[in-house]
Design a protein around this ligand. Sequence first.
Ligand SMILES: NC(=O)c1ccc[n+]([C@@H]2O[C@H](COP(=O)([O-])OP(=O)(O)OC[C@H]3O[C@@H](n4cnc5c(N)ncnc54)[C@H](O)[C@@H]3O)[C@@H](O)[C@H]2O)c1
Length: 305
Amino acid sequence: MLYLVTGGAGFIGSHITDRLLADGHSVRILDNFSTGKRENIPDSAAVEVIEGDVGDYDTVCTAMKQVDIVFHEAAIASVPETVGNPLASERVNYRGTVNILEAARQADVKRVMFACSAAVYGDLPELPKREDMHIKPLSPYSVDKLASEHACQMYFLLYGLETVSLRYFNVFGPRQDPSSPYSGVISIFSDQLSHGKQPTIYGDGEQTRDFVYVADVVEANISAAAAPAAAGKAINIATGSKLSINDLLKTICNIKGQPFEPNYKPGRQGDIKHSRADISAAREYLDWQPVVGFEAGLRELFEQS
Ligand SMILES: NC(=O)c1ccc[n+]([C@@H]2O[C@H](COP(=O)([O-])OP(=O)(O)OC[C@H]3O[C@@H](n4cnc5c(N)ncnc54)[C@H](O)[C@@H]3O)[C@@H](O)[C@H]2O)c1
């Protein structure tokens, strides 16, 4: 089987690539290396790399040749970056997805998995977040992710192209880049502690998130590629539990054997207070649930870094 992983040089895409290679498959990566790194791509004869842009339809068509299954991870993944440049977000995060879907339809691809986001829920207070609830996307990023999700469902209903949208919550794990201030909070805390810096918490630290380990996200993708009932669905990928930022930092400090001494700064505009998923759809349609979980994931992460 030939798999196309867009964004395969990035954090999540490179872990999906590792898993596919371990299963003996061939992988083609389409990545423009805007945030992805060459060192994330394994040195293997079974990997082909196309340096290119998902916003360019001809490039996407070239990358789609002979492909059986697609994992579409490429995106401008920074919400603030999309707030600063909504046109770039539309071009990459929405049109890039439509390019993937149309090229996949033309190439008779069996299934496309789309990396959607919990950001589509916005700041509505109701918890846990269910896929069928009222939502309120609040940024170019979340609007383009939601529009892409609708495009995925439309391609399934209208053209019969099998698509699965996976709404990732807060993913963490090795290779998450801490250099951006908007990157995953776990990689930022870890980086600050490793460099002897005082970790920064915005607001009172009582805001909560649903953190899911990258290996569990990879398994969700692998299940989604094969689960018959998943076609045409949008499905939360998370743990279903919540953790405050204060408790997160305490846990990291415990594991690293360092004191808990955060530097509290004013809350950031647009930060969502609480986020937690209902993962019953993932159980039902993917027969998936997280197996590594939060604490084991953290330990695994710090053992590797
Ligand atoms: N990390 C999370 O917690 C999280 C949560 C929700 C959703 N997501 C989504 O999961 C996907 C992967 O996220 P990630 O955390 O691995 O981010 P990442 O930035 O590490 O990976 C994105 C990859 O896409 C590539 N890319 C960006 N623009 C491109 C373009 N125009 N053409 C081709 N390649 C391009 C980048 O170079 C990078 O390799 C993204 O779609 C993101 O929106 C991530």
